[in-house]
Design a protein around this ligand. Structure first.
Ligand code: 5GP
Ligand code: ZN
Length: 114
């Protein structure tokens, strides 16, 4: 039994507001948004973190960035700009162990992050 939260969202066992989906990826609104646009883009295959990307599964990561290009256009932030964040491990405060890319935009974002 897979207890992974984001696998359950990908399988639609847990509801989410889906903004984009194809055979490889699903993108949905973050439950606790940090910006007017805050979408999480995840692979439909379970990959625990950035540390677990390899030659066997890297097509999912390529598909994620293809999707980000589409979603940023659909969300109207491709020209104003946006940020992609993927937290890996304890020091980066990764809280869900299924690799995910935050797409943040529609406001001015500070740099560097905390
Ligand atoms: P992390 O902290 O691991 O980089 O990001 C995890 C993100 O998942 C957080 O921004 C958090 O708000 C979001 N999140 C956690 N649980 C849920 C959920 O059940 N539904 C949705 N849509 N987002 C979630
Ligand atoms: Zn998972």
């Amino acid at each position: 039994m897979n207890e992974c939260l984001f696998c359950k969202i990908a399988n639609k066992e847990i509801p989410s507001t889906i903004v984009y989906e194809n055979d490889y990826v699903i993108a949905f609104e973050d439950i606790s948004p940090e910006a007017p646009v805050h979408v999480l883009v995840i692979p439909k295959k379970h990959i625990a973190s950035l540390n677990d990307i390899n030659i066997e599964n890297s097509v999912y990561i390529a598909k994620i960035f293809e999707a980000i290009s589409i979603i940023s256009r659909e969300q109207g932030i491709n020209e104003t700009g946006y940020r992609i964040v993927s937290n890996c491990g304890k020091d980066a405060m990764q809280t869900v162990e299924h690799v995910h890319f935050h797409l943040l935009g529609k406001r001015s974002l500070k740099w560097p992050p905390g």
